[in-house]
Design a protein around this ligand. Structure first.
Ligand SMILES: [Zn+2]
Length: 478
């Protein structure tokens, strides 16, 4: 056969396969089981909005504290390593519960406390139910050995779900940088924020930056990087079908000096390590300090961007909705995150429709290729925003690059398959080809540092999609 003829035949067979799969997808998208079977086999690219500790399932944490035979408070379900001095009668070791045949019941109660399992939607605020889990299961996540177990759980689950890449918000960075002994800078920062004085804020951040860097910030950042690099190598995380990279995160609930200190550490770490590819800011956005210091936090990112222009960062911004905060607070968080802080990606962005000049903002995100990380189930659970209340269509209409991600699949008892299922079920104008584009976006808009690795992952994606589409075409030949 001549070469041109062969090419033509290959082309026709692929395009026929393409049409078949588009048609098949439209036919099955209204049946949950058929849709899940389809999506579970579909390549999903990367999960770019993934919190490490919230992605490990509660079963893993519970089996650890039980194995350690820690103490549990039978009323509050708090878990402790040692018997607290006060109220000792309320506490029991897990082994004692096992002897009295109560262990199973307490494990169930812990599952309900450390995740959203069996949550009935009314007895407790859903955002509190969600966010309070982090501190509760923290005790099961405190050693390198535990981090190893969790990271491998995430990797193995990803591979089973045809997820090829995870960019996980892994940990904060510890340090022994001595506290400032007077609160002058802190007070001045708050005052500068009150009158939105950018110049004074920059001068104060300069002063703090000098202090942190002179007090060995880079030594602590290097130690953190070394821990990640050793773990990553020891556990053979990257293989022929899976890759993981890490983001540092900073909790926005602290005072401005400590938030800035942790951001400085995070930026230095992300600048130096090939595996640490970015920085993020976490903790409930509607929290009192998150809200009152939001302007300052954006100034901090802008400042650090000028010091470390190559470091990428995504921001939880606009994870808010009407009723959660005062209406005027819905108008500016995404705006500031992209225009002032210079975020390269936005996490959630749920309040988009309420933002100041939303059309301009959407256009700005599209023009500047600022991707939006869409977390459908998380938004449904925490914010009660789903379907057309979610600004998904606005992002799509304005061609803002969309990626689909999981947020905290462990706490939410969800997974990446579930996210794509919700997408296909709820937004019927999203075609199979759209979904495929979102999958490729998750590699294109990842913060992976090496172009060669991005290329490799995209080639892997091409091969995986060819295989998947062929399988569907064969199974459902018309
Ligand atoms: Zn998140």
């Amino acid at each position: 056969m001549s070469k041109p003829l062969l090419y033509l035949l290959v082309f026709f067979s692929f395009s026929l396969q393409g049409q078949t799969i588009d048609r098949y997808f439209e036919r099955i998208r209204n049946n949950d089981a058929e849709l899940v079977a389809f999506i579970s086999q579909m390549p999903k690219g990367g999960d770019l909005h993934n919190h490490y500790s919230g992605s490990v399932y509660a079963e893993t944490y519970i089996s650890y504290v039980v194995k350690q035979d820690y103490f549990i408070n039978k009323n509050t379900l708090e878990v402790a390593k040692a018997l607290p001095k006060n109220g000792a009668d309320d506490w029991a070791r897990f082994s004692e519960l096992a002897k009295s045949k109560l262990l199973g019941a307490y494990k169930q109660k812990l599952m309900q406390k450390w995740s959203v399992k069996d949550y009935n939607g009314v007895s407790y605020p859903s955002d509190k139910q969600f966010f309070e889990t982090f501190a509760a299961f923290g005790i099961a996540n405190e050693s390198q050995e535990r981090l190893d177990v969790g990271i491998l759980e995430l990797k193995n689950r990803a591979k089973a779900e045809h997820v090829a890449y995870i960019e996980t918000m892994f940990t904060g960075i510890g340090s022994k940088i001595p506290d400032l002994h007077d609160n002058t800078v802190l007070d001045q920062l708050e005052k500068a924020q009150d009158i939105r004085d950018e110049h004074t804020t920059t001068v104060l951040l300069d002063e703090l930056y000098k202090y942190f860097t002179e007090n060995k910030a880079s030594v602590y950042a290097s130690a953190h990087n070394e821990m990640i690099e050793k773990m990553h190598t020891r556990l053979h995380i990257d293989d022929e079908s899976f890759t993981m990279r890490y983001m540092n995160y900073v909790s926005r609930g602290g005072d401005p000096v400590s938030v800035f200190k942790n951001l400085v550490l995070s930026f230095i770490s992300a600048q130096e390590s090939p595996l640490v590819v970015g920085v993020n800011i976490v903790a409930p956005e509607d929290g009192e300090v998150s809200m009152s210091d939001y302007w300052l936090h954006m100034q901090m990112f802008r400042y650090l961007h000028s010091k470390y222009p190559k470091v990428k960062y995504s921001m939880h911004a606009g994870e808010l909705t009407l009723g959660l905060v005062k209406p005027e607070e819905l108008t500016w968080h995404i705006n500031e995150a992209v225009r002032v802080a210079g975020a390269q990606r936005i996490g959630h962005g749920v309040d988009m429709a309420y933002e100041r000049n939303p059309y301009e903002l959407l256009q700005y995100m599209a023009d500047n290729k600022i991707a939006i990380e869409i977390n459908l189930y998380s938004n449904e659970f925490i914010l009660k925003v789903k379907g057309d209340d979610h600004p998904f269509k606005l992002y799509k209409d304005f061609q803002v690059p969309i990626v689909i991600s999981s947020d905290d699949a462990g706490i939410l008892r969800s997974n990446m398959i579930h996210q794509f299922e919700l997408l296909a079920k709820r937004y019927k104008y999203v075609s199979y080809q759209d979904i495929k584009r979102y999958v490729y976006n998750s590699i294109d808009y990842s913060f992976i540092k090496e172009d060669s690795l991005k290329k490799k992952l995209k080639a892997q994606m091409d091969a995986d999609f060819r295989k998947f589409e062929k399988e569907v075409a064969t199974a459902y030949a018309e």
